[in-house]
Ligand binder design. Structure first.
Ligand code: AMP
Length: 273
């Protein structure tokens, strides 16, 4: 497995290899969620590149950029065991200059949900993912459904900027008790982790209601909000796959999204119906 920090070195290496490239962008502190993206990439591609870069431009002032978990050595071992071919591990200076051209998330989809509580967050995400795509030039790029709004905006960017990459959406990996895996889960105390289980419980309840043929968004959101108490809820939203608010669940075209603050940790989760 190669570990490369230099942009030009990586570009030259990948061009020379002439293989079908599968790309998994991450911010490190790898867990089984990241691994499922890597496994899917391995099944479909010839050469796997994982990037580990805690992108500063997607963090707002006062967020957890400085304390975001960094575990480069463990991450490299995980990648090696998973059969990754190249770990791209750039420094901030390798990716950003002093006077930057950057992308803007669109108003309608970029400034709701996460974009509302974290203005500018998706500008940073799109800018860095676009840069990474230009560096790696992958055939396939793998993203978790867990970050549904991110996935939606990246798919839109690829379409609108005519980027030649196929975006692959990967199901959310959970702990056996339902908690969605996240690098931020390590911030949770035992008590907070227990409370955080309300998030997946509320989503399971929504799914059960739909199985009982209750399709009204209002009714489902009300039941979910009851379960989520007393967590500090950022949003509970029921949207179409195009991220438009819908009053009635349409099977095959619905995402139910939850964001909560557990202590000072922001947790996201969703289900796709
Ligand atoms: P991050 O390192 O948090 O930026 O995540 C890197 C990629 O892993 C993103 O595409 C995430 O959506 C994905 N991811 C994070 N957590 C999970 C999970 N529990 N299951 C599946 N994919 C995940």
């Amino acid at each position: 497995m190669k570990i490369i920090s230099d942009v030009n070195e990586l570009k030259t290496y990948l061009k020379k290899e002439k293989k079908i490239i599968g790309f998994v962008p991450t911010m490190g502190a790898l867990h089984d969620g990241h691994l499922s993206l890597i496994k899917k990439a391995k099944n479909e591609c010839e050469l796997i590149v994982v990037s580990i870069f805690v992108n500063p431009t997607q963090f707002l002032v006062g967020e957890d950029l400085d304390k975001y978990p960094s575990r480069d050595e463990a991450d490299k071992k995980i990648c090696k065991l998973a059969g990754v071919d190249v770990v791209f591990l750039p420094q901030k200076e390798d990716i950003y200059g002093s006077d930057e051209v950057s992308l803007k998330a669109p108003n309608v989809r970029g400034f709701v949900l996460e974009g509302a509580t974290r203005p500018g967050h998706f500008d940073g995400v799109l800018t860095v993912v676009n840069k990474l795509f230009n560096i790696v030039n992958p055939d396939y790029a793998y993203f978790g459904k867990k970050d549904a709004q991110q996935l939606n905006l990246i798919s839109l960017m690829v379409k609108q900027l005519f980027i030649d990459v196929k975006i692959v959406a990967v199901d959310t990996v959970r702990e056996s008790d339902g908690l969605a895996l996240s690098s931020r889960n390590i911030y949770l105390s035992k008590e907070q982790r227990k409370g955080a289980l309300k998030i997946s419980s509320s989503l399971y309840e929504a799914s059960k209601m739909v199985q009982k043929k209750i399709y009204t968004s209002k009714e489902i959101k009300k039941a979910m909000s009851e379960i989520l108490k007393p967590l500090e809820v950022g949003y509970v939203e029921i949207l179409s796959r195009d991220f438009e608010v819908i009053d009635t669940i349409e099977i095959g075209n619905t995402v139910i999204l939850v964001e909560t603050l557990v202590g000072s940790t922001r947790l996201l989760d969703n289900i796709w119906l």
